[in-house]
Ligand binder design. Sequence first.
Ligand SMILES: [Zn+2]
Ligand SMILES: [Zn+2]
Length: 361
Amino acid sequence: MSQTTTETGSNLSFILNKPYDVKFEERPKPTIQSPHDVVVAINYTGICGSDVHYWVEGRIGPFVVKDPMVLGHESAGTIVTVGDAVRSLKVGDRVAIEPGFPCRRCEPCLSGHYNLCIDMHFAATPPYDGTLAGFYASPEDFCYKLPESVSLQEGALIEPLAVAVHIVKQAEIKPGQSVVVMGAGPVGLLCCAVAKAYGASKIVSVDIVPSRLEFAASYAATHTFTPERKPAEENAARLLEEVGIPEGADAVIDASGAEPSIQTSIHVVRRGGVYVQGGMGKPDITFPIMTLCTKEVTCKGSFRYGSGDYKLAVELVASKKVDVKKLITGTVKFEDAEQAFKDVKAGTGIKCLIAGPNEKI
Ligand SMILES: [Zn+2]
Ligand SMILES: [Zn+2]
């Protein structure tokens, strides 16, 4: 297959054998499988809850790590190889990598909802290897060129930002509306920032960790709220009173996955409002379904990101409507990758980046 390449450097990879058992291994470099593919040299990778979940438990729901798997899926890098049909990118371009590419043939794909593809090839989701390596091969249309003004470090944050963009789109937020976001982790914070960009006028960040709420207030939230160990209805009533929206919030987003937050959400949303489940926690919970029914709440799930979400995420950063730089609390060398996992698990910092093995920091 004809291609243009400037690929040099190692393909050192950070691999999960089984829970808490990781290794570094020099793996064969990935090659293009189609003339529309590119190979990206990885510069920076962010770590999120799902990566940590595999590291700790070796599985997420039905996805079980059976064979050693390269971790990581939030990456930005530099194009080093292009197939001969590639038109949108050239060697040397800096890109954010959308880490899941769909089959393009199934019903969800053809109806424009490729995030629901029945045959998704998603980085660091068994059996597919992730991006914590020297190089990663991808179809060209799942790599998004970063404008000059956007750094490669910011590029690594496009993935969680695209998650937030998808959630906020599901919430159908309109200018002037009130939005409550449960959870002030990276995705919750980014949901606040995207809701602000969409014109929401009241944005309430809810968490039980005071330092997170302090950050949320300095970032994109107009109000913060700390729930107490009380029934969900009581927390909801106090929240609405403190924020001054007695009729309830137009939209409520759960980015926590925590049962009490989800219960509170349904009591916080207004009659006819929208509730979106973005966080993943326990698979089954007790849910105030009678309230959902009598308030005629529109209740939606949100999974990863789909058509246009990555493009909009890059645009929001380029136009300075969303500042992702503020979320980066540190960068570690590739050799210290496991430390980044420990930090995320311990909840230190907001977003830790791992430099690629060929990146000098
Ligand atoms: Zn992630
Ligand atoms: Zn498909």
